[in-house]
Design a protein. Structure first.
Length: 230
């Protein structure tokens, strides 16, 4: 059995690796998934900021502003002060931030250090929440009508699919829309492994499989062999 905080951390950290290429809807799902564990988002954002500083890339982008504006930083301030301070210490050390952004950051910091009850946050999502699957939400109806083999081929070539977790989530969307049970045969598993290797993707963390399988018996039937997809 895995803890929900651990599962949330795995998902959030994975998607935060490419947060600048996510839609605002996907970012909102990450924030909602974190719930009262907003420090997970803050820690991951600080980690990504550190990498961007080392690469001389800007840290404040439309997506990072969206995350900072819409995350309950006041809860992070109370629950994990170290994570909160590390975020703003890093931002404070940036000398290339425009004046208008400094004003915004100061207002954000001031608002976030006002003590309030974190119980006003949304309830913690269940491990079986379908919100997790909605991170990959932009499949068009015509694509979902493709036969499963054709759908896998489309996913293999799609630049929108950036890792094996997104690949798996897209399959969940197809399975949900097409009421049928599909078994991941050894040949199909080998095809998926070949796609993973060709795209240079990492394996899915083992903590995530209960989330995929737990949504439906049809999902469990398909994903039960995926733990060998290394």
């Amino acid at each position: 059995k895995i803890s929900s905080a651990k599962a949330k951390s795995v998902f959030i950290n994975k998607y935060m690796e490419d947060y600048n290429n996510l839609s605002t809807n996907q970012l909102d799902v990450l924030i909602e998934l974190a719930g009262p564990d907003v420090h997970i988002v803050v820690q991951s954002l600080t980690s990504q900021f550190t990498k961007h500083v080392a690469m001389r890339l800007p840290v404040l982008t439309d997506n990072s502003r969206h995350l900072l504006n819409n995350s309950d930083l006041s809860c992070c301030f109370q629950v994990d002060r170290v994570a909160f301070d590390e975020l703003f210490d890093l931002l404070q050390g940036k000398e290339d931030i425009p004046n208008e952004d400094w004003k915004w950051l100061f207002a954000l910091y001031k608002k976030s250090t006002i003590m309030k009850s974190c119980s006003t946050l949304v309830p913690e999502p269940s491990l079986r929440s379908t919100k997790i699957l909605n991170l990959f939400h932009s499949l068009e109806a015509c694509i979902l009508k493709l036969p499963f083999d054709g759908f896998l081929g489309m996913l293999a070539d799609s630049l929108t699919v950036k890792n094996l977790m997104m690949f798996a989530e897209a399959i969940c969307v197809w399975l949900r829309e097409n009421i049928t049970t599909i078994e991941c045969t050894p040949d199909m598993l080998q095809k998926i492994i070949s796609i993973k290797q060709a795209r240079g993707w990492n394996a899915i963390p083992k903590q995530c499989f209960p989330i995929y399988a737990g949504n439906s018996s049809r999902f469990e039937a398909f994903f039960k062999t995926w733990k060998t997809c290394n």
